[in-house]
Design a protein around this ligand. Structure first.
Ligand SMILES: Nc1ncnc2c1ncn2[C@@H]1O[C@H](COP(=O)(O)OP(=O)(O)O)[C@@H](O)[C@H]1O
Ligand SMILES: [Mg+2]
Length: 219
């Protein structure tokens, strides 16, 4: 399974969700995971080095592929060697993001319904439409990140996606929780803190289960 965290906008949680999903697969499912850092900002790579120094190993394999051609040529070979591939792609409309969308089974598009993210969904939808010409099996799913704990964002999110022809809404919201930045700052996933944030863990597990194991349920 290839999951690409894809958004043309930065700061929406692509890297946060990519590294936490990758580690979730390693810790809970004992999968052999390849994490591809396809964002030239290199945040996933920085996270992996910090994690490696702290733990003596990351638990997953990281490759940095920031050019469209390297994504396109290397991932088809690499995917054969791993159980799951998670790609951290985007931050802008790049060749690497476009290439990732042509290879992924699922594009996960983190967004917040009450911000400018809603407008960027149209841009992402057109990238998804282009990618489907060569990758017709691609499923694009918008996931709420930094969601309102009272749950009001859910209705707003579903509404924002209702008329989008390319992107479906996956009802697995991730709340705004300090555990994400606090743990990432020390190279850890939300599962690995001394006292893990139970809600952050539950939300992440639920998202991972929907993406990787259970048949996709969308609204
Ligand atoms: N669910 C969340 N709760 C709290 N903070 C979050 C959450 N998701 C992301 N963040 C924080 O938001 C910032 C941007 O997230 P990041 O994953 O780097 O976004 P992107 O990769 O899309 O640019 C980071 O400081 C990150 O720690
Ligand atoms: Mg990032």
């Amino acid at each position: 399974m290839i999951i690409a965290l894809a958004q043309t906008k930065g700061g929406v949680g692509k890297t946060t969700l990519a590294v936490n999903l990758a580690i979730e697969r390693v810790i809970r499912r004992h999968r052999d995971v390849l994490l591809v850092d396809a964002d030239e900002q290199g945040t996933a790579t920085d996270f992996a080095s910090l994690r490696g120094e702290r733990l003596g190993g990351t638990g997953f394999t990281l490759v940095q592929l920031t050019k469209g051609t390297s994504v396109r040529t290397q991932i088809p070979t690499l995917r054969e060697k791993f159980d799951d591939v998670v790609i951290d792609a985007g931050g802008r409309d790049s060749g690497a993001l476009r290439a990732a969308l042509t290879l992924a089974d699922i594009a996960v598009i983190p967004f917040q319904p009450r911000s400018f993210d809603v407008w960027t969904l149209d841009k992402v939808a057109s990238l998804v439409a282009d990618a489907k010409l060569v990758n017709p099996g691609l499923r694009a799913l918008a996931v709420l990140n930094c969601a309102d704990p009272k749950g009001q964002d859910n209705a707003a999110a579903a509404e924002a996606l209702a008329d989008n022809p390319e992107i479906a809404y996956l009802d697995c919201p991730i709340g705004r929780r300090k555990a994400f930045p606090n743990n990432a700052a020390i190279g850890l996933s939300v599962f690995e803190a001394g006292q893990p944030d139970a809600k952050a863990c539950q939300e992440l597990e639920r998202l991972a289960d929907h993406l990787f194991t259970t048949p996709l349920s969308t609204q």
